[in-house]
Design a protein around this ligand. Structure first.
Ligand code: PLP
Length: 235
């Protein structure tokens, strides 16, 4: 077994343990392997261990890996980075999911650019739940209007919400923020039957996210090891 495969096994154990502790079904929690800056060979090791959902942050880098790994048709690619409108076409054409929709203009472009030959692009609305320094994500007050606008776009399928809470080491405070996201998710689910995904929880707040009701945790370093940005000048 390779290190990546060992790490994946450990993470599945951690997810199962958190699910058991908080009364969740572990089958309801998807592990999204965040592979930004990592080579296609590392992703192939993960695929060999049964990992099928991968998250990429940089459009060009992601599209190159999707092409390299095209033979693995069962793999699902999620775009989880900040999306500039001049890059939306590549996301619409190559990814199955986009987690970072936070304005109508981007949603409209993704809808118009999604090829008719592909199923609708699965999208999550990114919410700025606690990070005053981040410009990404909508305020919760803006959720009803953006959700309504997105569900009117035929080439998009609104699946839920995503957030990147500000770093916080105290579990109770992590939980309080995750709970606000979970409440918004429940509200959205009641209004839109396709909604089933709450993308919340990274290495340091995964347990709190699972306790609150996350259905998708996004983990990079704990699977693939530390990132070496020096080798990737575009970042
Ligand atoms: C990089 C990234 C992750 C994974 O972070 P790690 O600390 O490597 O686990 C998760 N979500 C988003 C949006 C990211 O950009």
């Amino acid at each position: 077994m390779t290190l990546i495969q060992h790490n994946l096994q450990q993470l599945h154990q951690r997810i199962r343990a958190a699910a058991a502790q908080y009364g969740r079904d572990p089958e309801d929690i998807t592990l999204l392997a965040v592979s930004k800056t990592k080579p296609a060979s590392a992703i192939e090791e993960a695929i060999a261990a049964g990992q099928l959902a991968f998250g990429e942050n940089y459009v060009q880098e992601g599209v190159e890996k999707i092409a390299t790994l095209a033979a693995h048709q069962q793999v699902q690619w999620h775009f989880i980075g900040q999306l500039q409108s001049n890059k939306s076409q590549l996301v619409a054409e190559h990814f199955a999911w986009c987690h970072t929709v936070d304005r109508l203009k981007i949603a409209q472009r993704l809808n118009d650019q999604r090829p008719a030959s592909l199923p609708p692009l699965n999208v999550l609305i990114q919410v700025n739940i606690s990070d005053e320094n981040s410009k990404s994500g909508i305020m919760l007050e803006a959720l009803p209007e953006l959700a309504q606008q997105i569900t009117a776009l035929p080439q998009l399928r609104l699946r839920g919400l995503m957030a990147i809470p500000a770093p916080e080491s105290d579990y109770q405070r992590q939980l309080a923020v995750c709970q606000q996201m979970a409440d918004a998710f429940q509200w959205l689910k009641q209004h839109y039957p396709d909604v089933d995904t709450l993308s919340l929880g990274m290495s340091d707040d995964m347990e709190a996210a699972i306790a609150a009701g996350s259905t998708m945790v996004r983990i990079g370093t704990a699977i693939f090891g530390a990132r070496d940005y020096a080798r990737n000048p575009q970042q």
